[in-house]
Design a protein around this ligand. Structure first.
Ligand SMILES: N[C@@H](CCC(=O)N[C@@H](CS)C(=O)NCC(=O)O)C(=O)O
Length: 215
């Protein structure tokens, strides 16, 4: 059976939410293998690291040995095999719209937010396993990310979705990284009431339950 290699954290939970949105279930459609990333189990497992030299989660392994990493491409791969409900757009123009919002968010918020976290609150966990910037650079990155969250708040305005007027991957990625922030003590920046409403709304989705589960 197809295997999802998973752990704590926004990227595996993004894929798990995506699978739930697609109606795919653990045990029936795929098996889940959990790694404890706090202790670094993922980077100590030689078999896993041989297939995935970065050692990160999630990964998606098919019966034929195909081994995929990176949450976004994994989601696109799943969409290509399970078309409904559509989460990336039905047409080329729709897909460009969804990818535009997801890429903007990934670059403008996710990169500085995660680099900032690794250099500040996450430093004890990440410093032994990768190069992290200084504490002060980390604080600057966190501030930069917050500035961009405010930009996204304005862009969302009174809408419930970032793209296509319906729930898509673009909403999923924003939702997951906000929830990741909450799990590590981050708060939505001042003046982001649109995002607070957006998160409360999508928190009612069945797929959002992954954020309430202990791992
Ligand atoms: N760009 C990757 C990021 C993967 C990533 O950093 N995963 C985290 C969990 S959210 C991880 O494996 N952390 C533990 C580690 O780096 O050892 C993706 O989209 O999947």
């Amino acid at each position: 059976m197809t295997t999802l290699y998973s752990s704590l954290g926004p990227n595996p939970r993004l894929v798990r939410m995506f699978l739930t949105e697609k109606g795919l279930s653990e045990g029936t459609d795929f098996t889940r293998v959990h790694f404890d990333i706090i202790t670094g189990e993922n980077r100590q497992n030689a078999e896993f690291c041989a297939k995935n030299p970065q050692g990160t989660l999630p990964a998606w392994e098919l019966d034929d040995g195909t081994f995929l990493t990176e949450s976004w491409p994994i989601c696109e791969f799943i969409e290509e095999h399970h078309a409904a409900p559509n989460l990336f757009g039905e047409t080329a123009a729709e897909r460009a719209e969804v990818r535009k919002w997801a890429r903007l968010f990934d670059q403008e918020c996710v990169v500085p937010m995660t680099m900032g976290f690794r250099a500040t609150g996450g430093r004890p966990m990440f410093e032994p396993r990768m190069t992290v910037v200084t504490e002060s650079a980390g604080a600057e990155l966190a501030a930069l990310s917050d500035e961009k969250w405010r930009w996204f708040d304005e862009a969302l305005g009174s809408k419930d979705h970032f793209a296509l007027g319906r729930f898509t991957f673009a909403d999923l990625i924003v939702f997951c990284f906000a929830n990741f922030g909450f799990t590590v003590g981050w708060k939505l920046p001042e003046g982001t009431d649109n995002l607070a409403r957006f998160i409360a709304l999508h928190n009612k989705r069945e797929s959002a339950a992954v954020w309430q589960q202990a791992e």
